[in-house]
Design a protein around this ligand. Sequence first.
Ligand code: SF4
Length: 176
Amino acid sequence: MLNILDLEQLSPELKSIAQKVKQGERISSADCLVLFEQAELGYLGALANHIRNKRHGNKTYFNRNFHLEPTNVCLYTCTFCSYSRLIKKREEGWEYSHDEMMDMIKAYDDKPVTEVHIVGGVLPQYDLEFYANLFKAIKAHRPDLHVKALTPVEYHYIFKKSHTKCLNFIIGKSPF
Ligand code: SF4
């Protein structure tokens, strides 16, 4: 196994982080920033693999999940995206309702899945209220199902659109 402390070219900050990882200590937010600014992807992989190896040896675990894509219509036009349909051509895509999505969740009731991964395009009707209600309904229906949902661009749009609601939510006034 690669000894991540033996890499001579590491900066003192990266060496200090490697020491923490070797000793099983949690790294701090400031350490994360150092990793973001200084670390090569391969180095991050070596640190992660060190922890994985220490905990699980040669065993590998898989998450059994299924995907749920609320819509493939999107306000944005990311150049790398081969998935979305332009909003001008929204008739080519799909836009599932809350109930349709719950039916899709329920279709997995007898399956040994552990997670639902929800990700899709960005549209106004998929707002904070829509997703909060959806996530609550999923957890009420199947509490053991882990909900992994939304990309940063979806969160950014939802929070930007719901700014007041989010502030109310943060200070303890439910927006719903
Ligand atoms: S926000 Fe997501 S779905 Fe929309 S165009 Fe970009 S990558 Fe595609």
